[in-house]
Ligand binder design. Structure first.
Ligand code: BES
Ligand code: MN
Ligand code: ZN
Length: 491
């Protein structure tokens, strides 16, 4: 989608007008007809609050120019960046329904810099579909968005470029997630990471099974063992501040298919399990944006990519595996595979890459979906300081997170094993148990775990989402890394 800044309406022919209204029902564009139509809709309760309503009209016109579609966008009082994204995303969906091609909106007022990029991102994010495997799909024409504004051209360009960069990163993450498992194998995921690295000058290393064996990554390899697809440990190293000793590690769950293993998932549970690599996808995409923006900070991504399958070689319940950290893990449930792969990836990040702080992102537990649903990512951490940064980042990104407890001594025995150092599953508090399991491997480094099991996938086309991968965490990770960037030391 093209976004252009307009100072007047000369040379811009539009067919769809986006009009916002605030909590006092004040319209961003007050014109005889527009206000009249709005009032009529008010009487029918079709607008108000955060409602977005579009109508096709043949006889609306604006300063002599004909246009056809009118879309009213409710902006609640104190709307967050998230809310702006959702509202403008919903508006874009209305515009597409009405077959609008050239949209016009205004961005005028004191608070424009607060919301402009959120509106842009909302519109760009909503303009996504994954239809490459539908043979008779209709090629949707490229849309244009004209924004009539007093914002100067340099600031506008900055917002526009940032929004496009974020949206294409999220789009990449969504594409990776939506590809089926017969296409998006661990090898294909590694290729996708390589491509991002080549484009953005990031160092990329793919460790093969033998490399992981040599490193003693037996927890990761135990999960991978049941599949014909060879595992790949994807390592992306971006060093934006080589003089700095600090290094953030981003660890992404990259299970390209989760059958559950011998604890085989029943039919409803298997559905969508090719999307069990949403964490990996978000991290690959965020790394691209981080490098593209040349952020002054060192970030390394570690992604253990494999499938969790059933075969004569697959891991069994009761197996005891020696993780790379040295801790023995009892496999109580083969469906608790993600945490086993992440355990070794965390150890690798600390011991081989020198990570000084860590964030892992994983579609880890059904329990997190039960707790928070599909609109809040569960966050667990041993560091209040890091969480404060993540909260800030998530607000800028427009993604919801909610902190959950690790429980410290309260839940000490959640993953207790009678035969090994730790069990891969507990019997209660599913999301917390999984987080506590990961905590066993972080060697007291500041660490955040994001459980995106609920937020990584959308079961409907709503606002900024299309059915399927959401690309969640891509934007939050980018903003987080940006906040962690430090000014150069003066020597
Ligand atoms: N990939 C699943 C979690 C999941 C479930 C993600 C539904 C998205 C939608 C994970 O590997 C898993 O199977 N978790 C188990 C853990 C249990 C065996 C302790 C779960 O949540 O049931
Ligand atoms: Mn599983
Ligand atoms: Zn899984």
């Amino acid at each position: 989608m093209q976004i252009q800044r307009l100072v007047d309406l000369e040379d811009y022919e539009f067919d769809t007008l986006l009009v916002t209204y605030n909590h006092k029902n004040r319209l961003s564009i007050e014109l005889g007809k527009v206000s009249e139509i709005f009032k009529a809709l008010q009487d029918d309760d079709l607008v108000g609050g955060s409602k977005v309503y579009g109508l096709r009209g043949k006889d609306f016109s604006y300063q002599g120019q004909p246009y056809y579609n009118l879309i009213f966008i409710g902006i609640p009082e104190h709307a967050s960046p998230r809310r702006y994204q959702l509202q403008f995303g919903a508006a874009l969906k209305e515009a597409k329904k009405l077959k609008g091609r050239n949209l016009l909106m205004t961005a005028i007022g004191d608070d424009v810099s607060y919301w402009l990029s959120s509106a842009m991102r909302g519109i760009l994010l909503a303009d996504y579909s994954f239809d490459k495997y539908i043979s008779d799909r209709k090629e949707s024409p490229e849309l244009n968005l004209g924004i009539l504004t007093g914002v100067d051209s340099a600031s506008f360009k900055k917002e526009e470029q940032y929004s496009h960069m974020m949206a294409s990163a999220v789009t990449l993450a969504r594409d990776l997630v939506n590809e089926p498992a017969n296409v998006m194998t661990p090898a294909a995921l590694a290729d996708a990471a390589k491509e991002v690295c080549e484009k953005n000058n990031i160092k990329c290393t793919i460790l093969e099974r033998e490399d992981c064996e040599a490193l003693g990554m037996n927890a990761f390899l135990a999960v991978a063992r049941g599949s014909k697809q060879p595992p790949k440990l994807i390592v992306m190293e971006y060093n934006g501040r080589v003089t700095d000793e600090e290094k953030i590690a981003l660890i992404g769950k990259g299970i390209c298919y989760d059958s559950g293993g011998y604890n085989l998932k029943p039919t409803p549970g298997l559905k969508g399990m090719h999307k069990d690599m949403g964490g990996a996808a978000a991290i690959i995409a965020a790394m691209g944006a981080i490098a593209q923006s040349k952020l002054g900070i060192n970030v390394t991504a570690v992604i253990p990519a494999c499938e969790n399958m059933v075969s004569g070689k697959a891991m069994r319940t009761g197996d005891i595996v020696a993780s790379m950290s040295g801790k023995y893990i009892e496999v109580v449930n083969t469906d608790g595979e993600g945490r086993m792969t992440l355990a070794d990836a965390i150890t690798y990040a600390i011991r081989e890459c020198g990570a000084t702080s860590l964030i892992d992102v994983a579609t880890l537990t059904g329990a997190c979906i039960t707790a928070l649903g599909s609109r809040y990512t569960g966050v667990f951490s041993n560091s209040d300081e890091l969480v404060a940064k993540l909260v800030q980042a998530s607000i800028l990104a427009g993604e919801n997170i909610w902190r959950m407890p690790l429980g410290d001594d309260e839940y000490r025995d959640l993953n207790a094993s009678a035969v090994a150092d730790v069990a891969n599953c507990g019997t209660q508090c599913g999301a917390i148990a999984a987080a506590r399991f990961l905590n066993e491997f972080v060697e007291r480094k500041p660490w955040i775990h994001m459980d995106i099991a609920g937020t990584s996938d959308s079961d409907a086309d709503t606002e900024i989402y299309s059915k399927g991968g959401t690309g969640v965490a891509t934007m939050t990770l980018y903003e987080f890394v940006k906040l962690m960037e430090k000014p150069y030391k003066s020597y």
